[in-house]
Design a protein around this ligand. Sequence first.
Ligand code: PMP
Ligand code: GLU
Length: 385
Amino acid sequence: MLSQRVQKLSESLTIAISQKARVLKAQGKDILAFSAGEPDFDTPEIIKEAAIKALHEGFTKYTAVAGIPELLTAVQTKLKKDNNLDYETNEIIVSNGAKQSLFNIFASILDKDDEVIIPAPFWVTYPELVKYHGGKPVIIETFENTDFKITAGMLKNVITPKTKALLLTTPSNPTGSVYSKKELESLAEVLKGTDILVISDEMYEKLVFDTEFTAVASISEDMLKRTITVNGLSKSVAMTGWRFGYCASKIEELNKAMIKLQSQSTSNINSITQKAAIPALLGEVDEDIEMMRKEFEKRREFVFEEFNKIEGLSAAKPVGAFYIFVNHKNISNDSMDFALKLLDKTGVAVVPGVGFGSEGYFRFSFATSMENLKEGIKRIKEFVR
Ligand code: PMP
Ligand code: GLU
């Protein structure tokens, strides 16, 4: 009965593990979840107030598919202010989370067997979306000793006449790596003269520690033309449940195609969320964002030190996002087995590396209280021992 396309799709492992932890907790089990990529902070008050105002004003109707003009102008302002990127408002499309932006992109660019280059470890959703749309994920394995980043040489090696796009995530989920301007320039050099698109997922842009974020499209005029910038407010502004993401691109026919697709699938995103997102994009909650970033930075120091004290485990220091990717190869190479046993024996939920394309690791989110982090790491230490 089911389509082959949907049968081949795997469930999102990050969501599946988080849901499993939720169910066990509801059954009264002592569960500590470090599986969800979700800030533990509440959405800033200014945003809630903007939403309440919109409701009271009766702003409850359908809007333009890509978003209301005021919102598109706010995204445009953000891209200029934060990233020095010049986009027209008709080059921006707002969707139900960056996840839908990515869905729209792959649906609009991929034909059968078109290749998308994805560096591993990757966020679980990318290869699934590529396959769902008939494309072929071409995975480049990266390594801990080079900060899990690809180089120009690695990129050159996998380009074929079928290459449609390169997907970059900076900062990375799950490793927390961030590409420097120089590193991006060398990747850009490889792409020059090709018609390869770049999909740049910059979801964790605001969450960087002792490093600078560089927007991929800002590298050069050539990169601006080929890059589809994807971003949102879920992680940086603690707005996961509001469902707000966007993409920006200079490619007119692609933008038209994505709007057409969204007009036939979900139409505009929630009208209230559109109004609520505006103050966040215009910098009105920058203090809240900085407060959260600082708190994540403290927790990062703690988890980095603690994991590296545990015999058998090691981890590189993340410079962005709120995950630490812990190496457990000295204990076992089977990350699914490791994570399931850890959950079963200690109630600690982490996401196995296999979901991100890298065996022998688990992803541990530090977007939770210090108290939980201390207790969780204590349990992991006992489990490993
Ligand atoms: N990209 C990355 C790298 C992510 O970790 C997430 C987390 N869900 C998303 C995109 C999608 O976020 P959202 O759909 O909530 O905007
Ligand atoms: N991006 C988050 C994560 O990696 C949320 C879950 C999801 O959408 O996959 O955990």
